[in-house]
Design a protein. Structure first.
Length: 120
């Protein structure tokens, strides 16, 4: 991977990181703004269901932030774009589709096939 490709992905990852932080902050605001009292148990159940859904989204954002930070660290280490499983280069189209990936398409397919066989 050449310098211009690395800069492209560094910029993309930093934009993704900023967006994930912004979404996370807005999710937290939504959670803190919802101190309502419900007379109807069905309304309360709906609100609690919505809150649980929001928390799941927040957790996904938090995990994405960690993955983006790890990808940026791999850039600093000089290992970004190298498959952690086989050591081969990860293709540019794969990195464009999933900039935080740690595995080339072949290793990822093998991992998913193994998970499928184990029933995960």
């Amino acid at each position: 991977m050449d310098h211009s490709d690395l800069e492209y992905f560094r910029k993309l990852l930093n934009e993704m990181l900023a967006e994930a932080h912004q979404k996370g902050n807005s999710t937290l605001e939504e959670l803190t703004d919802s101190n309502e009292v419900f007379a109807d148990p069905a309304d309360r159940a709906t609100a609690e269901s919505d809150r649980a859904f929001t928390l799941r989204i927040r957790d996904r954002e938090r995990r994405l932030i960690r993955k983006i930070q790890a990808a940026l660290q791999r850039m600093s280490d000089g290992t970004y774009g190298i498959c952690e499983e086989c050591g081969e280069d990860i293709s540019i189209p794969r990195l464009k589709a999933r900039p935080v990936t740690r595995l080339c398409i072949n290793c990822k397919a093998r991992q998913e096939a193994d998970e499928h066989l184990r029933g995960e």
